[in-house]
Structures are given as C-alpha cells and as structure tokens.
Design a binder for this molecule. Structure first.
Ligand code: LCS
Length: 393
C-alpha cells in the first residue's frame, strides 16, 4: 500500500500499518500470554529495549498493538494504550498524572464512576477535585487553584449532553499549565478529534462506539505527544489493566464500520429528537443537533456531526419516564450506549446512582432525566415504539 496519508474512513479499514506475514487481511489473534526468545541474549535485549521484540502480553501484543495503532491514527495522536475498560483508562490517567496534594478540575456531568472513584478513592490518597459545569469557561477559571494539575472534560457529557468548548479549554489550560484530558466516548474520533485542538490526552470507553456491537468491554488512551505516552504506558502495565488479544480483535473488527454505523444512527437520532421535542408529554429534549440545545452552535463548530445520544424529561417526571422505560419494545432497557441497538436507561438510579443526589442535581442530572442511545434500526419502528410507550402514561 502507498504511504500516502489516507482519509478517515480508509484509515478505519487500512490504518495501523499491520502487515501479516501470511497475507491475512485481518489481524490474527495472538492468543498468548508470553513470547519465546531466540536466546538468553535476545531476551535480555528485549527487556533492555535494544530489541523491540514482544515479551509478555501485559506489556504488548501484536493483535493489541495493531488496534492501538489504528485508534492513535484516527485520533491523530502519537500512540495508543489499550486498556481492559473505559474505567481502566480513567484510573490509569488519574494514577499516572495526579499525585498527593494535586487538584483536578472536571466536568460535573461525567460518567458516574469517573467521578465517584475520584471522590471516594483517589481522595484517600490526597488527590483533590472540583466538579463544575465546564460548558461555562468562567466556572473552570474560578475552580483553578495553585495546586491544580489537570482539566478533565467529558464532551458531550454523560448524560446531560452539555458541550464544552475545547478551544477555550486549551487556552485556559495553557494559561495555568494544566494537563488536558478529554473523554471522547460520546463522539468517537468520527465526530470529534480533541487532540487536533491541542488537548493532551483523549480516551474512550471502546465498549461504546468504537466497538459498537454491545459485546465487548474495552478502553483506550491516546496521547498527543511521545512524552505523555511514555508516562502513561507503564502505569497501564503496572496497574495490570491491559487488554486481552481477543478483546482487541473484536474491537478492531468493530472499528471498521465506525463511520457507517454513526452516520446511519445520526439520521435516526435527529428524527427522534424532533419527534420527542414536539410531543405534548415531553418537557425538554437535549440533543446537540436541535437548535434548542444551548450549545448547538458550538457543536456545529467543534463536532463533525451531532451524535446518536439524547436525553429528555417528561412532564410527568420520573414516574412518566419509568412508564416509558417499562413499555418500550424495540429499544432495550439497558445501560451502555453507542451500539447498533437502541438502548434506554435512567441515569439517576442506574449509571449515576453512586454520585450524591446534590452533585447530580448540580450537574443537571434530574430524577426525571431519561437517556436514549439511538441505534440503526428503522427509525419508524423506534418512533412508533416511543409513541406507544408515551401513550401508556
Ligand atoms: N466514560 C464514559 C463517557 C462512559 O459512558 C463510560 C461507561 C465510561 C467512561 C467507562 O467505560 P467502561 O469501563 O464501562 O468501558 N458508560 C456507561 C454508561 O453510560 N452506561 O453503562 C456504562
């Protein structure tokens, strides 16, 4: 293949540069824990770094490496670090870059455990955190203290769909010498490439869009610069949150259809968002593609599409939401998101249940908020499904 830089969709298919010795177009699954050395000297050279041969799968593996290289290319970063889950990525980043006495400013609306692990556990090791609405740059500025080291952003945020201005965030971080981290799970690199805005680290729960088929739990970190990559990779290795080769194979297969899956689901998402917004029983809908979304213009500027996630609240609050969740027949009542199947869930009692009620309300996660992840089913079926469930209220 020519060395010309490929477009995004070609990179999904051909990225990473892996060439199989026997000509397989897919990356074989090296389902092994260890690799034999040619000699004792060769083993020593692999450990010293003189030889880049494989040693042990927790340290590196060809199947995992091929997938890491594709995602690093898609995010336009220096290198990818595959991890066992999205939470493996979160904790690798916290452990690698925050020490006792350091402070982190983060989006208040983040995936519940990304916040609760910081507030309940990293705090035990002396790491401080402040959660603010990062969609408001003034709130970020006011939260920065002399010991602030990291600005952690989830955009669009789970589950409020709030959008943080990445350009502005990088500007603030530069003024205060902060490391910037973006959880890019809700967009995937198909819709948003935070490293191109100057963000230092991007990570994903690949359980979601990158894999896309609700059959794997996985994560990845991509660093913009070599130095950051080299800081984080040993943390993943020593924490032991490495990926398994079979997991990597499945995610790599899912990645190939990332663009077609998201483009197709987005066509459904805007129609569903409009249907809900016009429905008399609906109080509000948050979808970046609706002009009523408070950061609709920002979404247009920094994202290549509006995504497939939306949240809404019914006029009847939680009880009405529960009726809808209990009566949908095409959408599945389940947590997770970003797959080909449509999912519906209730963040306050499910994904964000471990976050205190006060913090949830401050972050905009009301009791009545219902989250809906749009899949690639026929949109008429999804709308009819919601219609009949709303009729049951
Ligand atoms: N970041 C975001 C934005 C997420 O949505 C999730 C999982 C994670 C990180 C953690 O990834 P995991 O370890 O599960 O691969 N989000 C979930 C959700 O909203 N429902 O179930 C899981």
């Amino acid at each position: 293949m020519s060395k010309k830089k490929l477009g995004f969709q070609s990179t999904l298919i051909h990225g990473g540069g892996f060439e199989d010795a026997l000509g397989s177009p897919t990356v074989p699954i090296y389902q092994t824990s260890t690799f034999t050395f040619k000699s004792a000297d060769h083993g020593a050279a692999c450990f010293s770094g003189e030889d880049d041969g494989y040693i042990y799968t927790r340290l590196g593996n060809p199947t995992i490496g091929a997938m890491e290289n594709v995602v690093a290319e898609l995010e336009q970063g220096y290198g990818g670090i595959a991890v066992s889950s999205g939470m493996g990525a979160v904790n690798t980043i916290y452990m690698g870059l925050l020490s006792q006495g350091d402070h982190m400013v983060s989006s208040a609306a983040v995936y519940g455990p990304s916040r609760s692990v910081m507030e309940k556990h990293w705090s035990r090791f002396g790491v401080e955190s402040t959660y603010v609405n990062t969609a408001n740059a003034d709130e970020i500025r006011q939260a920065i203290k002399p010991n602030t080291k990291m600005l952690y952003i989830e955009t669009p945020a789970n589950p409020t769909m709030d959008i943080t201005d990445l350009e502005e965030a990088v500007k603030i971080a530069k003024e205060h010498n902060l490391i910037t981290v973006v959880d890019n799970t809700f967009s995937s690199p198909h819709l948003q490439q935070p490293l191109t805005f100057g963000i230092d680290i991007v990570f994903h729960s690949m359980t979601k869009f990158l894999n896309g088929h609700a059959d794997v739990v996985a994560g990845i970190i991509v660093a913009r610069e070599k130095e950051m990559y080299e800081k984080l990779r040993p943390i993943m290795i020593n924490l032991g949150v490495n990926m398994d080769p079979h997991q990597a194979f499945l995610v790599h297969r899912g990645i190939k259809t990332l663009s077609v899956r998201i483009d197709r689901a987005q066509e459904n998402a805007i129609k569903i968002a409009k249907f809900l917004e016009e429905h008399p029983k609906v109080k509000w809908v948050k979808y970046p593609g609706l002009p009523s979304h408070p950061q609709h213009e920002l979404a247009k500027k920094q994202m290549k599409g509006f995504g497939t996630m939306l949240s809404f609240e019914l006029k009847g609050g939680y009880d009405a939401g529960k009726t809808v969740m209990n009566n949908v027949e095409v959408a599945l009542l389940a947590v997770s998101l970003g797959g080909v199947e449509t999912l519906i869930q209730h963040p306050a009692s499910m994904t964000h249940s471990k976050v205190s009620k006060e913090s949830k309300l401050k972050a905009g996660i009301t009791d009545g908020l219902v989250r809906y992840s749009v899949g690639i089913e026929n949109v008429e079926d999804l709308i009819d499904d919601l219609k009949q469930a709303l009729d049951k209220i």
